[in-house]
Every structure is written in structure tokens, then in C-alpha cells.
Ligand binder design. Structure first.
Ligand code: SF4
Length: 357
């Protein structure tokens, strides 16, 4: 019996030793961190773009609605789409442009701007789904405005960009399958934190700065980053403690209005991080115990998510709403991880119950 199981997405990989499991997870990541050294400037550690394999996004759906997590990550269901949702595409592209600018010491010369633009264009080319031309153009415009705005102010001293930490545990001696990773947008010393080290987290929003601060003052993503920084070997052990999270907020503009920018510092209390680690362990145990046929609860308060604010607020339904409403009748709208229609399901030892149940 293999003792160490790594769960990536909906697939479990068994190993005999913890070292083999750790090596597998390390090798399954995108290219390793490289160091970008510009003469006479301190070197910055630069990782690959994109989320980490076992980060916040791999648990957030389960926390919102356990059935949503099971349908997406265990049963591998999705609705076939031909293009990435514009807000997601914009978020990915702006992250790529900003990360590249920070990695180049916030320079504003022509060569740096060209490198930033090339990083955004590469992200468009490498994306798993096509991104719209509108998302690409608006992201390049936003990044250009971002550079114009922040380069006229005190610049951060960046230590790392797209920096992956973990796998690390939530309690000492936790088994490997309860460990998690985090991909940090950046780690650096900002003027807004009196040049004390903090974790930088970029947020693009159609809402106000105040709404973003309210949301992330107590939020699983930022708390998980803070916890893992304290325990992962790539975190405090290597770079020293962080004092909190710097939310780097871009409020998207419109046809008539330019984007606007703000940086808001969020501190974390020890009490908060202690109860968070205990809570996360409980949730993670339930998540890793979820198989294809495990009965799990549905949370009907998560069936639609709000975007925008005030008169511009709109709701986006959960991807699985039709499946929860109509069951088998809606199964033809979904495909599994092999691209097969969910309606063509046949019982097997691994998939004994209908995917729509
Ligand atoms: S539609 Fe609602 S109940 Fe169904 S998976 Fe989505 S959030 Fe859960």
C-alpha cells in the first residue's frame, strides 16, 4: 500500500516515500524559479506565471460549495467554452505585465516597456483558451497606465516575483496530502509599508478600492499565503518575516474613464492565523476524502456570484447550476476531463454513480 498520495486536480498519485511525492510535485510545476540579475541592482527571484498546483484556488470551490468542488475537481466536469471569460483573461494578462515590470526594477525605458508588452503577448499565445483581442488591448492599456502612475511615486524594493512557496503543512507532522502551496504575486518592501517586507497581491476589480479591502481583510487566499510564509522553507526561513499583505489594486476603467490605482496594507494577527490553520486542516481533511461517489452537501448561497458595484453590479451563475437544477437532462451541456459528454457516462469501478448526481 502506497503511503503518500499527491492529489493534483482530480487525479491521485501514490508514492512510497514522502521524498518521492515531494519530487513529483516539484517536477510537475512549471519551470523552476530563475534569478533575474540586472547589473548594479539587487537580483530578484522570478518564477513562472500562473497558479500553483495545490494553492488556494484548488480549495476555494470546495469551501464555497462542496458539490461544486467535487463536480469540478473530482469528477472533472466543465462546460465547453471557446473563449476565456474577459475578466479572467484581463486578470491573467495584467498579472503577467505587472510581474515583469517589477522583475525589471520598475524601469520605464523603452526596452523595459517592450519586455512588459512581450510578456503579455506571450501569455495570450500560451493560454489554454483563446483570449479576446479586447482583453489583450485593455490589459496592455491598463499596464501602461499602471507603470505611468507608480513610476512617479516611491518604488518598491522587490525581492521575488511569481514566487512559489510550499508544499508546507498547517500543523507540525501533517501528512503530505494535507500540505499546500501558494504562488505569491510578489514579495517586497513597499513605501506604503514603511519598507518592511510584505507579500504583494494584485487585484483587478470593477468595484471600489474599499470593497476590495473589505473582502481581503479576512480572506482565505491572503491568510493561506501568510500562514505558508511562516512555515515554508522558501518563506520566512529564507527571506525573514513579512508584516502583512500589500493589496495592489487596479480599478478597471471604462470607455470614458481611465483605470485608477491604490495600494492598501493589510496586517494579520497571530490569533487570526492560528484559527485559520485549524479551520483549514478540517476542510482539507474533508476535501482529500472526497471521491467520485462521496455524498457531499450543496451550498445554495453560492449559486450566483456578484461582480461590479452599484448600478453596474451583475450576477454570474455557478457553472453547474443547470446540472443541479435538471440533473441528467442537462448532462449533455457538460464534458468530463477526457472531453466526453457527461450524458454518455457508463458506470465503472472508479465512477460508480452518475456524474450529475
Ligand atoms: S449550482 Fe449551487 S449547489 Fe450546485 S454546485 Fe453550484 S453552488 Fe453548488
Amino acid at each position: 500500500m502506497k503511503k503518500f498520495v499527491v492529489k493534483v486536480g482530480n487525479i491521485k498519485y501514490p508514492f512510497d516515500t514522502k521524498e518521492e511525492a515531494a519530487a513529483f510535485l516539484q517536477n510537475s510545476k512549471k519551470p523552476q524559479t530563475r534569478t533575474l540579475a540586472i547589473p548594479q541592482m539587487p537580483p530578484i527571484e522570478v518564477g513562472a506565471s500562473g497558479p500553483s498546483a495545490a494553492g488556494w484556488h484548488s480549495v476555494a470551490d470546495f469551501l464555497a460549495c462542496h458539490k461544486m468542488g467535487q463536480l469540478r475537481y473530482v469528477r472533472g466536469l466543465r462546460r465547453p467554452v471557446h473563449q476565456m471569460f474577459n475578466p479572467f483573461a484581463t486578470g491573467i494578462l495584467v498579472h503577467a505585465g505587472r510581474g515583469t515590470w517589477l522583475a525589471h526594477h520598475c524601469r520605464t525605458d523603452k526596452a523595459t516597456r517592450a519586455v512588459v508588452k512581450a510578456a503579455v503577448e506571450k501569455e495570450v499565445r500560451d493560454a489554454k483558451l483563446p483570449m479576446s483581442l479586447q482583453a489583450e488591448r485593455s490589459s496592455l492599456f491598463m499596464i501602461d497606465e499602471y507603470i505611468n502612475y507608480w513610476s512617479a511615486r516611491a518604488l518598491p524594493k522587490t525581492v521575488a516575483v511569481e514566487y512559489e512557496i510550499g508544499p508546507a503543512p498547517f500543523a507540525p507532522n501533517d501528512p503530505f496530502y494535507l500540505m499546500r502551496t501558494a504562488k505569491l504575486d510578489d514579495v517586497g518592501r513597499y513605501a506604503e509599508s514603511n519598507y518592511q517586507l510584505c507579500i504583494g497581491e494584485l487585484k483587478t476589480t470593477s468595484q471600489s478600492v474599499k470593497s476590495v479591502v473589505e473582502e481581503y481583510t479576512l480572506h482565505g487566499q491572503t491568510m493561506m499565503q501568510q500562514h505558508l510564509w511562516r512555515v515554508a522553507k522558501e518563506g520566512a526561513a529564507k527571506h525573514g518575516p513579512v508584516v502583512g499583505t500589500m493589496l495592489d489594486i487596479i480599478v478597471k476603467g471604462s470607455a470614458k474613464k481611465k483605470p485608477s490605482f491604490a495600494r492598501e496594507f493589510i496586517p494579520f494577527t497571530e490569533r487570526q492565523l492560528e484559527w485559520f490553520a485549524v479551520s483549514m486542516r478540517g476542510y482539507l481533511k474533508a476535501i482529500v476524502a472526497t471521491d467520485w461517489a462521496t455524498p457531499v452537501p450543496r451550498n445554495v448561497t453560492a449559486c450566483a456570484k456578484s461582480y461590479g458595484e452599484g448600478a453596474r453590479e451583475f450576477k454570474v451563475p455557478c457553472e453547474f447550476r443547470d446540472l443541479c437544477k435538471h440533473g441528467r437532462v442537462a448532462a449533455g451541456k457538460y464534458v468530463d476531463k477526457n472531453g466526453r459528454l457527461a450524458s454518455q457516462w457508463q458506470p465503472t469501478a472508479d465512477e460508480p454513480t452518475p456524474p450529475w448526481e
